[in-house]
Design a protein around this ligand. Structure first.
Ligand code: DAT
Length: 171
């Protein structure tokens, strides 16, 4: 049985992990958060002094996931989308959150100062959306509002319907 691969992307705090885990629970697809995967495997290639964070070793992440992506049925969660092989994904969702809500979510996550400001600007300037539109065919990229619990429910329903249809069309 062939199953699709889904990319959930967007600025930190928009709700990728919340949506991805819930989708995985309800569909049996496998959820992978790239940040957690990198931490477990220590897939880093240095430290960024300016941003005070580890630099992801993208090639090692890709090597680690390649076989699983070929098998299908993967939900990938990451705040960037341009280094993954385009062929991996059947659909890509860019989650979007209003600035004031995002600000509160990131603040309660402990972000402050420049880090908080950079992430809010990332959302204001649609950085991830534009990066994603340049990296994948426009037809497979969709924006999702991710402001409220109602949005979450609606997004889950829509994606589950899409998965069902994809499985009918491809098996
Ligand atoms: P991300 O994985 O994009 O960093 P998250 O899933 O960790 O984001 O969510 C960040 C916070 O926002 C977390 O406290 C849960 C909350 N949240 C996520 N989606 C939401 C939604 N649709 N409505 C309200 N709160 C949401």
């Amino acid at each position: 049985m062939k199953r699709p691969n889904i990319l959930l992307t967007g600025t930190p705090g928009v709700g990728k992990t919340t949506l991805g885990k819930e989708l995985a629970d309800r569909t049996g697809l496998t959820f992978i958060n790239i940040g957690d995967l990198a931490k477990e495997g220590e897939f880093y290639e240095g430290f960024d002094e300016e941003y005070q964070c580890a630099i992801l070793d993208e090639d090692r992440v890709i090597d680690e996931l390649e076989d699983k992506m070929i098998d299908g049925g993967m939900i990938i969660d990451y705040h960037s989308s341009d280094f993954f092989p385009e062929r991996w994904f059947h659909i890509v969702f860019v989650l979007r959150t209003d600035n004031s809500l995002l600000y509160d979510r990131l603040e309660s996550r402990g972000y402050k100062g420049k880090k908080l400001q950079n992430n809010i600007e990332c959302e204001i300037f649609q950085t991830i959306y534009e990066e994603t539109m340049e990296s994948y065919k426009k037809e497979i990229v969709h924006q999702l509002s991710s402001n409220t619990p109602e949005d979450l429910e609606r997004n889950i329903d829509q994606i589950m319907k899409w998965i069902e249809q994809w499985m009918l069309d491809n098996n």
